[in-house]
Design a protein around this ligand. Structure first.
Ligand code: 3JN
Length: 342
């Protein structure tokens, strides 16, 4: 449990990555009560410094003693590093918010989106998992609808930005685009196919059942976060040549009928959601507009006329912010609030 303090020692593990970078910016932007900041990354980043609130902080390599005196550790360094280091951090007395898939489906670990299931933070044992980016933005919009009319089934197709893969993938999209426009040979290393001017129906590894890991993360995490095993989810995850902002086409079937106008009015009051749904003015959510913003944007809300009780919508959010760093910081903020309320 986090102790009640006026300021906290915060560690960021994976500080030089795309999400780590965003975490540090958000700690500053949101005025998180930071007493001291400890930054960790792999050996080849040691020697770098990163700035926070006008001072430079050194990037260090992790060691057994790294978490001594740290109150909150924000991990975004991949599942392997979380598997090794998160238990060490917890043992040292830290509360860990982990952005990898390593602990998400562990029944002893709450998987939290603060707008959806903040109550699950109450039973953590030192480790809290941050869901996958595509899951987070979807459940923020689905929860108010589930509470009102019970969602029976979700069919989602994602259009995911390359920043979800990390910095190397952003560089690859840029390089391939520049090479193609200059009639040069295109090289690829991050994705199995050229990503520039292309669309890849393949995110993360393929599984025995023909789905990808990314798709099954959406299926399993949605059920855990919503706390309702009766919700059926099926997903297709697609990589598109966009730098930042994941988009999703989401179809839901509900127990009770709901009209598009009722969906709009429920979501207009929902925390963390912005409705942008004026097709007559060409207004709908776009990844270019969502980049750098906090909210989950919902538009194209319309009835699915092929079933009894169906709704289609289009959901867009910044995958590095609400999809990763912002959700982790909001969890930390909620922990601080709970510590104050003890
Ligand atoms: O590709 C995306 O847009 C999201 C990627 C997420 C991701 C990438 C590599 C490893 C994850 C994740 O958050 O699930 C992981 C992982 O932790 O397994």
């Amino acid at each position: 449990m986090l102790k009640r303090k006026s300021r906290y020692v915060v560690a960021v593990v994976g500080a030089t990555g795309a999400v780590g970078d965003e975490m540090i910016s958000l700690l500053e932007e949101r005025d998180f009560p930071v007493e001291d900041l400890r930054l960790f990354a792999s050996e080849n980043s040691v020697g770098k410094t990163l700035s926070f609130e006008g001072s430079e902080f050194p990037v260090q390599a992790l060691s057994e003693s790294s978490f001594r005196g740290v109150d909150i550790a924000l991990f975004s360094a991949g599942a392997g590093r979380s598997q090794t280091w998160a238990p060490i951090a917890v043992k040292a007395g830290c509360v860990v918010v982990d952005n990898s898939s390593q602990w998400r489906m562990n029944p002893d670990v709450p998987l939290v989106v603060p707008e959806v299931n903040p109550h699950d933070l109450k039973w953590h044992k030192g480790l809290i998992a941050n869901p996958n980016c595509s899951t987070i933005q979807m459940v923020v919009a689905l929860k108010p609808l589930h509470d009102a009319v019970r969602i029976k089934r979700v069919v989602v197709t994602t259009f995911q930005a390359v920043s979800g893969t990390g910095r190397r993938a952003m560089d690859e999209l840029l390089q391939q685009t520049a090479d193609l426009l200059n009639f040069r040979e295109v090289a690829r290393s991050v994705y199995p196919h050229q990503i520039a001017f292309n669309v890849l129906p393949h995110i993360d590894a393929f599984l025995e059942n023909g789905y990808t890991k990314e798709e099954m993360k959406m299926v399993n995490e949605t059920v855990k976060i919503m706390g309702d095993p009766s919700i059926r989810v099926t997903a297709t995850a697609v990589r598109v040549p966009v730098f930042r902002g994941h988009s999703e086409s989401v179809n839901i079937e509900t127990e009770k009928k709901i009209t598009p106008n009722e969906v709009r009015s429920l979501l207009a009051q929902a925390p963390g959601v912005s409705i942008l749904d004026a097709p007559e003015k060409d207004a709908y959510p776009l990844p270019l507009d969502a980049a750098g913003k906090d909210d989950v944007f919902v538009g194209r809300i319309r009835e699915d006329e092929s079933v009894e009780n169906g709704i289609n919508m289009w959901i867009v959010s910044d995958n590095l912010r609400k999809g990763a760093a912002l959700n982790a910081i909001q969890i930390a903020e909620e922990l601080v609030r709970l510590a104050g309320a003890q």
